[in-house]
Design a protein around this ligand. Structure first.
Ligand SMILES: Cc1ncc(C[n+]2csc(CCOP(=O)(O)OP(=O)(O)O)c2C)c(N)n1
Length: 808
């Protein structure tokens, strides 16, 4: 009997699966299903906060896994647990560890307990932040909860395969690609296909090509809302027909439709799609229909509330595991009795795994609880409040499923209880608390920025070298020379954006560089800011060094969601497991017009912690920041000053080498009366105002912050304030925006409040957008006159005799 099973196989048109293979697949599907069932139970019994599971999607994912090869990449969403198990990249133990939020990379290597359950990610980096060899791994970019957010980076992951295949000079980076053979496996839910970003990404890959196999898991609903309310005609593959490539053509997608319970058809489909994608770089869309969701959308509700009895009955009948089981029996691969035995065994195994994962999660917390309890025991003989302490201890030890929060709250209560006692153990407990706080900061807060030796904060300054002979050129030419040097130095530097390739950018900073380096190095993109950002993220995840241009700062908002949700959180949410050193290039600050002069910096800096935000006042400094970022392994954005492209600057002899350290302001003009902090285009305006103020006897110290994230790392501004005792923060953002951010940094973090002799002032733009034209701009934004008056008023208030009011 055993002998017969070993050699027996089923033939699926050119694909042969042994019976053992089929049964192993079935076993895996069962285990994944039990993981979902037990997972839901764990949430409902209070051991975990929330659960979202991949039940109903198992068989398709097992079929997909068969077509994977090492080096391939996934960009998917929370339904893909079975794929991860089938690839062997995440274990069932890790799945439960994540459900419990086990904040330890050993137990939960995907996110170190930071992301919700079913948010998968593999580790591209070692503990020091070095790249692992990605070509030997099954890779998964790190999942996000906003539906559709996995789509933009799919574009870049896919494009990277194309670049690695078509650019021989990238062959040396063999740890990232084997000739661009890597297929990118995208997954997305049917209802999410109502989102714009899905269409933008599908279109972008259709234009730039590459080996994407995008699966749409179609279970008919998006939570409670059915396809007819999501999609025109209610059918996504019908809608996508326009993307279908002509027979034998090279443009467009191969589109497959296959039922989610049809194991042999799924295996055939994925094998075929992957082979074509891998070999020909033709992308594919696999619309997997008739999927089910046996437990409903998530633990937040029950699907009986919105699915009809007929639909529920259909879901039961067409459950993919049930259908696979029927097929196995029909093919005589195994008997009912054998399958029943497998099912029992799988359930037993899963319960065991769950128990182990729970115990592993609880063990360190119980240990900490014990430590506190022991310290309290030592405290008791010295305390007059023995009973109160016993009570706190008792309550803590009785807690079911204790968290660290419970332990630390008890510690706080104990410290309050013994606060006025001469108790020698109080200090022991305070020290314990301090150590735990440090550990928890690391546990939950590390890796917002790089902790590797390539942290951008480690890059020092290389000053520009200029001489009498240095040519005086327009700002855009300085940048042009800088980008030329970057492209010449490193083939991984790839620049793209709207009008960037053929035209060389709307301000000509890339003029001639496409011709020099080719259309793969410097390229045009469609008008698709979200996927320009995603293109950069995906490429950077695969070791490239993208410079992604967003044409104007005002249009960054289309990309801001992905920048905020994906790029900014990536390193942190994988606890140092992945990085994407993307460089974002854009321009803003001062032109005329509502959507061509904006400076929504506070909106940006408060949404992208994890990305550096640099606001150089001229193009030499912009070039230096680009060089700094390229020497690092971190993402950063440089906002070039819109009206600086035609201003003249001396072209440094060493333009390719100059660097500026991040978070170091520059004093543009010394003065002892008022410190005036600004950045970007406002620097010139403030300098002009300072000249005027000098005429009336006020000496202003003008400081260019240069870098908003990070901001003045060494406290240079407070040093100025110690001298002047008065401070104004000026910029073009809205009231309460970045001026207030800077004020908080200086007055609170740097303790500047201590040195103030006058009220601190902010001088922002108006709260409306800048109106069009010279006057619109003048009356919407700070200008030389308003800077003058703001500063002068401070002086007038301080010494009205010496600085009398003369204009009001
Ligand atoms: C941008 C965004 N909007 C709303 C949600 C809330 N939400 C989570 S899952 C979901 C439904 C997604 O349905 P579908 O794409 O079909 O995937 P499924 O969960 O059915 O696999 C919604 C609305 C979200 N996570 N992100």
């Amino acid at each position: 009997m055993v002998q017969k099973e070993k050699v027996a196989a089923v033939d699926l048109d050119e694909i042969t699966l042994t019976f053992d293979e089929v049964l192993a697949d079935y076993k895996l599907a069962l285990e994944s299903r039990y993981a979902s069932l037990i997972g839901r139970r764990e949430v409902l019994s209070g051991k975990a906060k929330f659960g979202i599971f991949g039940d109903g999607k198992e068989v398709a994912q097992i079929a997909m896994a068969k077509a994977w090869q090492p080096g391939d990449f996934r960009s998917g969403y929370y339904r893909d647990q079975t794929l991860m198990f089938a690839l062997g990249v995440h274990t069932l133990e890790q799945f439960f560890a994540q459900l419990y939020a086990h904040a330890d990379l050993e137990a939960e290597p995907m996110t170190g307990g930071r992301a919700m359950n079913a948010h998968f990610a593999t580790r591209s980096l070692d503990a020091q932040g070095n790249w692992n060899d990605l070509t030997h791994l099954y890779n998964s970019s790190s999942d996000l909860s906003p539906t559709g957010a996995q789509m933009p980076r799919m574009v870049g992951l896919t494009y990277a395969s194309r670049l690695f295949r078509q650019m021989p000079e990238l062959g040396q980076y063999s740890g990232f690609s084997q000739n661009g053979n890597e297929v990118v496996w995208g997954t997305v839910g049917n209802a999410t296909c109502a989102e714009g970003v899905v269409w933008e990404a599908i279109n972008a890959v259709g234009v730039i090509g590459g080996p994407l196999v995008l699966s749409i898991w179609d279970d008919g609903y998006g939570i409670s809302v059915s396809n007819e309310y999501q999609l025109t005609k209610g059918n996504i593959s019908e809608l996508l027909q326009g993307f279908q490539r002509e027979p034998g053509g090279s443009e467009g997608y191969d589109i497959y439709v296959v039922q989610g319970w049809d194991y042999p058809a799924l295996v055939r489909t994925y094998m075929q799609a992957a082979e074509i994608a891998r070999e020909e770089h033709v992308p594919a869309i696999v619309h997997v229909t008739e999927m089910t969701q046996p437990q409903g959308h998530s633990t937040s509700g029950s699907h009986e509330r919105y699915k009809s009895p007929e639909r529920l009955a259909w879901e039961e009948a067409f459950d993919c595991i049930k259908k696979m089981r029927e097929w196995i029996v029909e093919q005589e691969i195994a008997s009912e009795a054998e399958l029943e035995e497998m099912e029992k065994e799988a359930r037993r195994r899963l319960e065991g795994i769950r128990r182990k994962a729970w115990q592993a999660y609880q063990a360190p917390i119980l240990q900490e609880l014990q430590e506190v309890s022991d310290i309290v025991d030592e405290m008791l003989p010295y305390s007059q409040r023995e009973q109160e302490l016993e009570q706190i201890k008792r309550q803590l030890s009785r807690r079911q499923n204790p968290n660290r929060k419970d332990v630390l709250r008890a510690v706080r209560d104990i410290l309050i209880t013994v606060r006025d006692e001469e108790n020698p153990t109080r200090q022991v407990l305070a020290e314990w608390k301090k150590a735990q706080e440090a550990a928890n900061r690391e546990r939950y807060g590390s890796h917002v920025y790089s902790q590797s030796e390539w942290s951008a904060l480690n890059v020092g300054e290389v000053k520009p070298v200029t001489s009498e002979e240095s040519p005086i050129v327009s700002g855009f030419e300085v940048l042009n020379a800088a980008f030329d040097a970057m492209l010449a130095r490193d083939p991984r530097v790839i620049a793209f954006g709207e009008d960037l390739g053929y035209l060389g950018g709307v301000n000509q900073a890339f003029a001639g560089l496409q011709k020099k380096y080719g259309a793969l190095r410097v390229s045009d993109t469609g008008i698709r800011e979200a996927t320009i950002m995603g293109q950069a993220i995906g490429m950077a995840l695969r070791g490239l060094r993208p410079i992604a241009e967003i044409q104007y700062l005002d249009y960054l908002l289309y990309a801001l969601q992905i920048m905020s949700d994906d790029l900014a959180t990536l390193h942190w949410r994988t606890r140092g497991g992945q990085k994407a050193p993307v460089i974002i290039r854009t321009r803003g600050h001062r032109l005329e017009g509502i959507w061509h002069s904006g400076s929504p910096m506070a909106g940006i800096i408060n949404l992208v912690r994890g990305i550096y935000v640099l606001v150089p006042r001229d193009m030499t400094r912009a070039a230096a920041f680009y060089n700094t970022l390229l020497l690092s392994d971190e993402p950063g954005m440089v906002v070039e000053v819109l009206n600086g492209y035609r201003l003249k600057e001396a072209l440094p002899d060493n333009i390719g080498e100059i660097t500026l350290p991040l978070g170091v302001p520059e004093i543009l003009r010394e003065g002892q009366d008022v410190t005036l902090v600004t950045y970007g285009a406002m620097c010139r305006i403030c300098m002009e105002a300072a000249e005027l103020l000098a005429k009336v006897g006020v000496e202003v110290e003008v400081i260019d912050a240069q870098s908003l994230l990070p901001f003045d790392r060494h406290g240079m501004i407070v040093e100025s304030l110690k001298k002047t005792n008065r401070i104004v923060f000026a910029d073009e953002d809205v009231p309460g925006g970045t001026t207030v951010y800077m004020m908080q940094k200086v007055l609170e973090e740097q303790k500047g409040y201590y040195w103030l002799d006058s009220e601190p002032r902010t001088l922002p733009a108006a709260e409306h957008r800048p109106a069009y034209g010279t006057d619109g701009d003048y009356f919407s934004k700070p200008n030389v006159e308003s800077v003058f008056e703001t500063v002068y008023e401070l002086m007038n208030e301080a010494d009205p005799v010496r600085y009398p009011m003369f204009y009001r």
